[in-house]
Write a protein that binds this ligand. Structure first.
Ligand SMILES: Cc1ncc(COP(=O)(O)O)c(C=O)c1O
Length: 373
């Protein structure tokens, strides 16, 4: 059989690595994907399933999920024409790449930041203008702005709270970015429910170059259904709509999201539990020798221990605890003096307890080996 014609695939695509998550869906403590550890309550699931069974599966869904868009418009105080609902914010990111990026187009990406953005930019051949973090890994709006102005960037992308650090950009910092950027600014607020107070959404009416992305995958607890949101100036959003495939959001996802939007207290209560748990877990880790954690505001945090990240990850996995090794981000990699960082999502109180027990055990076993050695 002849070889597959790999040379016909665009070199920018061939140069990428496929996004694979080394995880196990049924791990006893699954703390590696920043999901909500709380499922949709069973009674709600059954109610939606019954309604869904009564609908026609042989018919296409709406070209765009009009009822969900109307509900979001109502809740967010933003016009329906200025809202896109996509199949997860990952899908919307690809659409934005199609709309804004091309060969040599400058795009400003502070790092470390959710890796999909750089990957999409590279696949479009865009010119990535990378901005280094401060020594505490935070992102400085002035440095981002300087890089954007110097390169006449078409697009700046920031995430707040940022993944993988959990750090936030101040509201004033975001406003400055949007007000002074030479092009469009995308603010990814995937974890915004964990940060009370003003959000970039509050700036939309004032700045037509601002785009805000949100997701149902994190605090809303619907990662399994794939729903993301893009908000922006109606004229800009209507152009971006042209690059999207029709029918991307299925009837079932729309129905579930509508039901969840009617129950905001579910999300608020769960966010409160996760925030309290994040504080408890970080406090417990601070009591253990040799562990450092990074303060952050999302449903996850960064941690480093005396063990190499890959070793720590494997030893915890043997005990049923899944965490994410993020030392592949250059800023979070091991140095000659220090090991790299891992990212830990906040789970249910029971999962967090299992994590704390496992960390203690892994570190004391490692210390014993060291003493014996
Ligand atoms: C900052 C950020 N944006 C977007 C996403 C992806 O969200 P979605 O599930 O809506 O594709 C993630 C997921 O980890 C994320 O951390």
């Amino acid at each position: 059989m002849p070889d597959a014609p790999l040379h016909l695939i665009r070199p920018e695509v061939r140069a990428e690595r496929a996004y694979r998550v080394p995880t196990e869906a049924d791990a006893p403590a699954k703390l590696d994907q920043n999901e909500s550890p709380f499922d949709v309550p069973k009674a709600l699931k059954q109610a939606v399933a019954a309604r869904f069974c009564a609908s026609d599966w042989n018919r296409y869904p709406d070209d765009r999920p009009h009822r969900l868009i109307a509900a979001l418009a109502d809740r967010l105080g933003h016009p329906v024409e200025g809202i896109i609902v996509g199949r997860g914010s990952n899908e919307i990111t690809h659409t934005l790449g199609l709309c804004f990026l091309g060969h040599g187009v400058p795009v400003v990406l502070p790092h470390p930041m959710f890796a999909l953005y750089a990957s999409v930019a590279r696949m479009h051949g865009a010119r990535i203008v990378s901005v280094d973090p401060e020594s505490d890994f935070s992102h400085d709006p002035a440095a981002i702005l300087a890089a954007a102005q110097e390169s006449s960037a078409a697009l700046i992308i920031v995430t707040t709270p940022n993944n993988p650090t959990g750090q936030v950009l101040s509201f004033e910092g975001i406003e400055r970015l949007v007000a002074e950027a030479p092009g469009a600014v995308l603010v990814d607020e995937a974890y915004h429910e964990f940060v009370p107070g003003a959000s970039a959404v509050d700036l939309l009416a004032q700045y037509p170059n601002l785009l805000v992305m949100r997701t149902f995958s994190k605090a809303m607890g619907l990662a399994g259904l794939r729903l993301g949101i893009l908000l922006g100036d109606p004229a800009l959003i209507q152009e971006i709509e042209k690059a999207r495939l029709p029918f991307l959001v299925d009837r079932f996802s729309e129905a579930v999201a509508l039901v969840l939007l009617e129950r905001p207290e579910l999300v608020t209560e769960r966010v409160a539990v996760l925030t309290a748990e994040r504080k408890r877990v970080r406090h417990a880790l601070a009591e253990m020798d040799g562990i450092e954690t990074l303060p952050g505001d999302a449903n996850f945090f960064l941690m480093r221990t005396p063990l190499a990240c890959s070793v720590l990850r494997e030893r915890l996995a043997e005990q049923g605890v899944r965490i994410r090794d993020v030392s592949g981000y250059p800023a979070l990699a091991a140095t000659e003096e220090q090991p790299g960082w891992v990212r830990v999502s906040v789970g249910t109180p029971a999962e967090n307890q299992a994590f704390l027990v496992a960390v203690q055990q892994v570190l004391s076993t490692a210390a014993l080996h060291e003493t014996a050695g």
